[in-house]
Design a protein around this ligand. Structure first.
Ligand code: ATP
Length: 269
């Protein structure tokens, strides 16, 4: 295993279970003694709640994209305005330490949404978020788990190349398969080499059709439909602490990930 922690990005169509899987992996890596940094880069997600962070800690979490002072200080430009000159290479190395909150040995950061100009906007907040994600993936020693939206808004080429495992979460259904195809293509175009699928919310008997539909990508694991994941969401207790069946499947995915990493290292020798 590498000295540096693994860098894992999790993506997929809205609602497929990206955040639930990301939270399971974060806890499993932490249990296995890794320093884990969970990065919430999906504006629709609530990574902190899925991780089981208490509300008083989440209240202290600053969303980077909404910190106007920070954006102005680092990029030299006003957030929310286009047509300005701003730094494409802002200083970010001190941000994780200042902005992450911690609970149960897991650190959490929240990137937030870039509203101005929509997808791919050339604005100061996007410049800062992209540079920050690049720093976390390329430079940080922690095991980094990024919960991302399907558009891969913050994933630039340099960052993509540093990702050890890019996981596309898929639920049984043609729309989810189609999104998976599009996300896989986006990721590969950006230079990610290790792209995998995890099928989630799978009812017994559906495994074969899922394997057939995902023949374009290696499958890391198949997670069952698990009502306890929904209960965890309702109670705010966190998936890892309240859905033991899913935790078991999460461990299988963790082991597959380690195997994949070992294979890559052997290939590199
Ligand atoms: N294995 C599962 N079995 C049953 N329900 C699940 C499972 N995994 C996730 N869910 C439920 O599906 C919903 C969406 O899950 P989650 O928030 O993890 O997905 P997401 O892809 O991150 O969504 P978003 O795009 O909205 O951030 C939640 O209500 C969650 O409890």
């Amino acid at each position: 295993m590498l000295d540096k922690g693994m860098k894992i990005a999790v993506s997929g169509k809205g609602g497929v279970g990206k955040t639930s899987l990301s939270s399971l992996l974060a806890h499993i890596f932490a249990q296995e003694g890794k320093q884990v940094l969970a990065v919430d880069a999906d504006p629709d997600a609530n990574f902190g709640t899925a991780l089981g962070f208490p509300q008083d800690i989440l209240d202290k979490l600053t969303t980077i994209a909404e910190d106007k002072k920070l954006i102005k200080e680092r990029t030299g430009a006003e957030p929310g305005k286009t047509g300005q000159v701003f730094s494409l290479n802002p200083r970010v190395s001190d941000i994780p330490e200042k902005y992450a909150v911690e609970h149960n040995g897991i650190k959490l950061m929240q990137m937030g949404n870039v509203v101005t100009g929509g997808a791919g906007c050339a604005c100061p907040e996007n410049s800062l978020l992209k540079q920050l994600l690049r720093h976390l993936v390329v430079k940080a020693d922690d095991t980094v788990i990024v919960d991302m939206e399907a558009g891969l808004e913050h994933l630039g080429r340099g960052t993509a190349e540093g990702v050890d495992a890019f996981i596309v979460v898929v639920e049984p259904g043609q729309r989810s398969f189609q999104t998976a195809r599009a996300v896989v293509k986006l990721a590969q175009d950006l230079g990610v080499t290790k792209v995998y699928a995890v099928a989630n919310k799978v009812r017994s008997g559906d495994e074969e059709i899922i394997k057939k539909s995902l023949d374009f990508i290696p499958i890391l694991g198949i997670m069952p439909y698990d009502p306890e994941v929904i209960s965890a969401d309702l109670s705010g207790a966190g998936v890892f602490h309240s859905a033991p069946k899913s935790v078991e499947f999460g461990y299988k995915i963790y082991e597959r990930l380690l195997e994949e990493m070992t294979n890559t290292e052997e290939m590199a020798i």
